[in-house]
Write a protein that binds this ligand. Structure first.
Ligand code: FES
Length: 124
């Protein structure tokens, strides 16, 4: 079991090793998608990127799939698709569902000076 903290939801849950994160989130009523994304998504095929998450320890998850390499890998190894990854080993893990995209004016150095350390770490 991995102890996973979902930061936006402020929930800590034990997740079994090899559990798919998308299926686990949906089974536990964690908001991986907002409306209308909860209706219009690729159903775990790795195409829509709507299940994008940010994790603090990517080494505790399964290796990135080809779909992840093609879609979210440019943002860094902390960004994953919940439908494509499973818990690989025991340990603590923090997850942010629906993290903000890294692009545009928020990448400007002036913006980075205005946000708090916690926002920088977790990408709110
Ligand atoms: S559900 Fe579409 S990429 Fe994960």
């Amino acid at each position: 079991m991995a102890k996973v903290k979902f930061l936006k939801e402020d929930v800590e849950i034990d997740v079994p090793v090899h559990a798919n994160l998308k299926e686990f989130c949906l089974a536990n009523n964690l908001k991986l998608y907002l409306f209308p994304e909860n209706i219009v998504n690729c159903r775990g095929k790795g195409f829509c990127q709507l299940c994008r998450i940010k994790v603090d320890k990517p080494e505790n998850l399964s290796a990135p799939t080809e779909r992840e390499e093609a879609s979210v890998a440019y943002e860094g190894d902390q960004y994953r698709l919940a439908c494509q990854c499973t818990i690989a080993k025991d340990g603590d893990l923090q997850i942010i569902t629906r993290p903000r995209r890294i692009w545009g004016w928020r990448d400007h150095p002036a913006h980075n000076q205005l946000i708090t350390e916690e926002q920088k770490v977790f990408g709110f």
